[in-house]
Design a protein around this ligand. Sequence first.
Ligand SMILES: [Zn+2]
Ligand SMILES: [Zn+2]
Length: 144
Amino acid sequence: MRSSQPTAPTSRTGSCLCGGVRFSIHGELAPIQICHCSQCRKAQGGPLATNVPVSANQLQWLAGQELLREFESSPGKVRAFCSVCGSPVYSQRGHQPDVLRIRAGLLDEPLDAPLAFHQHTASRARWWPETQDSLPQYDAARPA
Ligand SMILES: [Zn+2]
Ligand SMILES: [Zn+2]
């Protein structure tokens, strides 16, 4: 099994497609979580979502926070996106208000971050190949 050690402390930047929303993340980056649930598919327009949990005090908005719009996709869970270009930016759960799940595709390259696990694999898009890596897989949400 691959190591899930966080990467070395540093600072990373990211932005939405139009560049209106920009942010930086300070400190260790948690491993990227891969979600195959149907909501993530719809929200990303792809077979899965790649999310990095970031604590609110690690995240600094550099520009465009006023461009963000939130959609409550299920009770207590919001998904924020750029109102100009539609890029998904983060999701946030009501019982974990201090954790934002930043969409990893927004992070500027080169990004050398490990992957953590697959979750909601029972909901996997059937047109997408079966996972071939050795990461942990969970049929539903990863157990807390
Ligand atoms: Zn944008
Ligand atoms: Zn999901």
